[in-house]
Design a protein around this ligand. Structure first.
Ligand code: AMP
Ligand code: MG
Length: 408
């Protein structure tokens, strides 16, 4: 390990896993229990509140996987067979007449008494209209058995599953018109800083546009949260106190900026006054200062203000916290190993989340990794994780977290 990675150098920074474990523990202790029943079409992004158990066999009856002919192989003599019925999808067949076959189409119920479907490509209709089978057949072939996908009473999706297009489709296939979901988590978004103004206004001296507000509001909406846009908070203690006090009926206050131990750390002061503040210095870059506390009993997470820091700490810490409060078990994004397509000569004492892309199977990184540069993330497809104390040469393995994993 590089000297920079020695524990002494890491100082008293908290590692990412530790911070996440603490946040999840607090989320577990304040799970949202209220639920609502919603039409299936409206559950996108929501969390299932009760186990989804199948009330039917799926498919409800054996059906044909092919267009072809259903026959009873165990009784078949090898002779061409008369077609005794035609079965389309959506029809209820008669039992198969012994010594005959049935014309059958994909998705149609296999008639009782048939044990095999031969595809039409392997069948010849003779001039006398009887069907000759040209290939060797096996019992059960091209038949999708009853209950192949689900059986009555089977657990299909456990409570805590996040619902998206696939889960909606699956629930529909089981005949569910509505689902019980956890009520939306209410999140107030606060941007702090005297320097901030909103897009559309004219920049004055020393001012910058507020990018975190819309970034977080739109991200939270994608995550299925109810967003309360609490606007910009000036760097002023009385206003901070008053504004936090107005946000009593939310599940979380999510603020950005003002969490460094700088002079303008009014959020920290207000939380301290209210009795609860934990200020963590995290071994994460971009990032580092992160606040967790309560104001009048409402949990508050204060993310660092630089936009790339906001993005990384939201993705890796606040997002899992929010999901866990809704009862989601698997809250960490998928990551996988890829060879680095760049060199990392100097080991850091914080874990770096570089904004990167995959190119020809290798991770490459944006040229400017400053925490103030949000453009790096717009260019990127994912976060390239470089562990604390590590140096890299091209080809070394690094972890890659696709941004698509964390954005919804
Ligand atoms: P702070 O944590 O308040 O010291 O902010 C760190 C840096 O992030 C400063 O350069 C701020 O101007 C910037 N910053 C804070 N909040 C925002 C925001 N909402 N949008 C854009 N930049 C911000
Ligand atoms: Mg500030």
């Amino acid at each position: 390990m590089n000297p920079a990675g020695k524990p002494g150098k890491t100082g008293n920074l908290m590692v990412v896993e530790e911070a996440l474990a603490r946040l999840l523990e607090m989320a577990d202790a304040s799970k949202i229990c209220e639920r609502e029943r919603l039409p299936l079409a409206q559950v996108q992004g929501r969390v299932l509140a009760a186990d989804l158990v199948s009330t039917l066999d799926l498919p409800p009856w054996p059906n044909s996987a092919m267009d072809g002919y259903a026959l009873c192989l165990s009784d078949w003599t090898g002779e061409p067979l008369v077609v005794s019925q035609k079965i389309f999808a959506g029809q209820a067949p008669e039992p198969l007449k012994p010594g005959t076959c049935a014309r059958i189409f994909t998705g149609a119920p296999v008639p009782a008494g048939a044990d095999c479907v031969e595809m039409q490509e392997n069948a010849e209709v003779q001039t006398d209209e009887r069907v000759r089978f040209t290939e060797i057949m096996k019992p059960g072939q091209n038949i999708r058995p009853q209950g192949q996908e689900a059986t009555v009473g089977e657990l299909i999706l456990p409570a805590g599953t996040r619902l998206g297009a696939i889960e909606q489709g699956l629930a529909a296939s089981l005949g569910c018109a509505e689902l019980d979901v956890v009520r939306k988590i209410r999140v107030a978004v606060l941007s702090t800083g005297d320097e901030l103004i909103e897009p559309g206004q004219t920049l004055g001296p020393g001012q910058i546009y507020n990018s975190n507000r819309v970034l977080l509001c739109s991200w939270l909406q994608r995550l299925g949260c109810e967003v309360i846009d609490a606007g910009i908070l000036p760097d002023d203690l009385a206003t901070t106190r008053a504004r936090l006090g107005e946000l009593k009926d939310v599940d979380l206050i999510l603020s950005t900026g003002g969490v460094s131990v700088g002079e303008a750390d009014f959020l920290g002061i207000a939380l301290r006054e209210e009795g609860e503040l934990t200020l963590w210095k995290l071994a994460i870059k971009p990032g580092k200062p992160l606040t967790f506390g309560h104001f009048s009993g409402v949990p508050v997470i204060g993310l660092p203000g630089n936009p790339a820091s906001t993005l990384v700490t939201f993705a890796l810490l606040a997002r899992p916290y929010l999901l866990r409060r809704q009862g989601v078990k698997e809250v960490e994004p998928l990551k996988f190993q890829v060879p680095a397509g760049f060199v990392w000569p100097k080991a850091g004492n914080r874990r770096e989340y570089l904004r990167g892309r995959l190119e020809n199977g290798r991770a490459i990184i944006y040229r400017n990794q400053s925490s103030g540069v949000l453009r790096s993330a717009a260019w990127a497809d994912g976060l390239v994780e470089v562990l604390e104390g590590r140096t890299l040469i091209e080809g070394d393995d690094v972890s890659f977290i696709p941004l698509s994993e964390v954005l919804s």
